[in-house]
Structures are given as C-alpha cells and as structure tokens.
Design a protein around this ligand. Sequence first.
Ligand SMILES: Cc1cc2nc3c(=O)[nH]c(=O)nc-3n(C[C@H](O)[C@H](O)[C@H](O)COP(=O)(O)OP(=O)(O)OC[C@H]3O[C@@H](n4cnc5c(N)ncnc54)[C@H](O)[C@@H]3O)c2cc1C
Length: 380
Amino acid sequence: MSRTASADVLVVGAGLAGLHTATLLARRGHDVLLADRRRRLDGAIRTTGIFVRKTLDDFALPPECLGPPIRRVVLYPPGLRRPVTLDSDRDEYRVGDMGPLYLAAAREAADAGVRLALGTRYAGRAGGASLLTGPDGATRVRARFVVGADGARSAVARDLGLDRNTALLVGAEEVSAVGPGEGPPTFHCVLDPSLAPGYLAWVVDDGRHAHVGVAGYASRYPDGMRAALRRFAASAPGLRGAARSGEVERRGGPIPVGGLLRRISCPDGLLVGDAAGAVSPLTAGGLDPCLRLSRHAADVLDDALRTSRPEGLRHHDGAALRRQFRGRLLLRGGLAQVRTPAMATAAFALLRTPPGRAAARRVLFGDRSFPDPHPDPAVA
Ligand SMILES: Cc1cc2nc3c(=O)[nH]c(=O)nc-3n(C[C@H](O)[C@H](O)[C@H](O)COP(=O)(O)OP(=O)(O)OC[C@H]3O[C@@H](n4cnc5c(N)ncnc54)[C@H](O)[C@@H]3O)c2cc1C
C-alpha cells in the first residue's frame, strides 16, 4: 500500500531549473514539493557551470560560489597551431562552484518553505496522481500542477504528453583544483570533430579549478566519448598538468541542442530547463535559459493557482519563444556539418579574418541571452 500526499505544485528535479521554480512559487505562498532522485545535490553534477555575464547581471547568485571572472577566450583549430585569442574589456564568464551553489539554492528553497524530498524518484503518473518512490517507500502525490524539471530525458514530459528532446549532444569533463596560474583566467576551445564531433573540446582554467571536457554527437565519436576525453586531456592546451592536484571529479550528461520545444505546457503542468529544451543550440549553454524560463514558469503557475484557471498554463508557450532561436538553429546546423578535421581547419581560416573574429566576439561576448519572456527582471 502506498502512502498519499498533496501539494499545490510537485516539481520533479532539483537542478537549477527545479530549485529556482520551486523557490519562486513557495515565496508566493504556494505549497511546493520538490523531489530529486539524487541523495545529495552536490553529487553527480552534470555541468561545467560557466555563467555568462548577462546571467550574472540579472540573477543574484551567491558570489562566494563563483570563481574569478574570465575575459580571455582562445580558439584552436585541429592540431592546435596558430590559435585565435579574443580578449574582452569586460568580465564575461564566471565558473560556478556547483556543489556549494546547488546546496545554497536548496537552503534558499527550504527557507522559502519548499519541501525537499531527496533520494526520491518520480516513477510515473496514474489516475491524475504522480508516483514517487523514496527512502520510505512509494507515495502517490496529488498536486494541482506538475513541473518537469527532470532534465534532457524528461519522464514528466513523456507522461504529460508534451514534446521531448530528440537532438542531443553528450558531454563529459574532469575537474580538478589548481593554484593561480601565470596567465589570466582563460577559456580554451578546440574545434576538432575527431575529439568533439559537432561541438567543442574545452579547458577552462580560472586559477582555482581546471575543467577539461569534450562534447559532441554520441554516434560520431570515433572511439567513444571517454576515449576522446582521455586523448584530449593528454595534450589539451592550457592544461597545467603538474598544477592539477588532488581528486579529479568526473561530470557528464546529455545536452539538448534542438532548441526550445514547442509544446511545453498543458493544463496539468509544464516543463522547465533541459526538459523543455531550453539550451542555446549554438553554444550549448543551458544555465541562463533554465533560470529565465523558470522565472516565467513560476509567474504562469502562480497566476493559474490564484485564479484556479489551469488553461492559463498555455502562456508557457515554447512555439512562440522558439521563433527567436532561428539564427542559432541555423548556426547549430552549420557546426554539425563540420565532420572532418580538414573541414574544421578550413572553417577556422574564416575565424582568422576580421569579419570572422567579429562574428566570434559577437557569439562569445555578445549581450544576447535566452529570449526573456520577462524583459523587465523587476517583474519577478
Ligand atoms: C558536460 C556538460 C557541461 C555543461 N556546461 C555548461 C556550462 O558551462 N554553462 C551552461 O550554461 N550550460 C552548461 N551545460 C548545460 C547546463 O548544465 C544545463 O542546461 C542545466 O544544468 C540544466 O539544468 P536543469 O535543472 O534543467 O537540469 P539538470 O541539472 O539535469 O537537473 C535535472 C534533475 O532532475 C533529476 N531527475 C531526473 N529524472 C528524475 C526522476 N525520474 N525523478 C526524480 N528526479 C529526477 C536529476 O537527478 C537532476 O537533479 C552543460 C551540460 C553538460 C552535460
């Protein structure tokens, strides 16, 4: 016999999207249950944690959980010869210390009144209730709305009959502590389809941590993703082998790059974050989109709860926002076509020209972010 529970909103998944949505709703007085299958939120991390300037400007992230600002990006062709260095006169990126950052977000959620159930898996829906299995067994949760914040392969999306991600990259990285380097904090990106087919290999060294990673289309890694990461780590630019010390943390996971999904809500609930495909198809950045879309979701849910009008959830409309992704989807299509090191080398020649550098600066240092359903952050 399973137990029963109730809530105004059940949020499945306590990544950044779920934590943010749950906290905003609880602050408005709603009863929110947030369930995650992970037992600890500072384990099994799936992101490098690079936050872009616009996110840092618009959202209050705890400064003690952010690494030093990064202003330099170095782009490399296959073979690593004659890289292109781009320096910004502004702080462009900061890498989150993601374990402490998730824990701080969970404390904020609990302070707002969110009931957090860890080690608790969403197992499906039956008779209008959601089934959770946790340390104390099975529970049937009756919630007015369900939020799928359960990542790229969302089971909530499946059960609500909403759209699901089909275009996915997979990425993996190793993180280790480093001391301050001689040069400035730097983000190194390598365009080489034999290491990162359809995306990039990277080293981010901010003087506190070094992240070395690869991401690409799963079926196109010549000898598998792990082998690609091993090969890259053996000769990666900017990786100060001797300076890396202590434990190596391994991270990885899928990255949706098909653009925001069209159907991301129905009268029973909605999707946020990776579950909604809210990731830039070009840069594969998902942290800014998941915060912005969560803010919008919380507004829509708040309104529907207050007015008892579930049809209001239709304002959480992926099709409308998706139109603003056209350019980025086209560029993703272009990057996906770079299938051989020779093609990457040829494409890289364009990057060395003044218009190529200007375009790279626009992508890497531009002010664009995920299309904000809230142009005015004060609304939130
Ligand atoms: C290797 C890698 C590096 C990346 N680096 C960056 C970066 O530097 N900058 C950037 O902007 N973006 C980056 N991204 C993308 C970014 O990390 C994601 O878009 C973002 O973290 C998505 O947050 P989320 O809350 O939607 O999903 P997640 O963080 O994936 O959270 C989903 C949560 O749902 C839980 N869950 C799943 N299924 C269930 C279930 N059945 N029951 C209960 N709980 C469940 C999971 O345990 C998880 O905690 C990266 C992605 C990868 C894979």
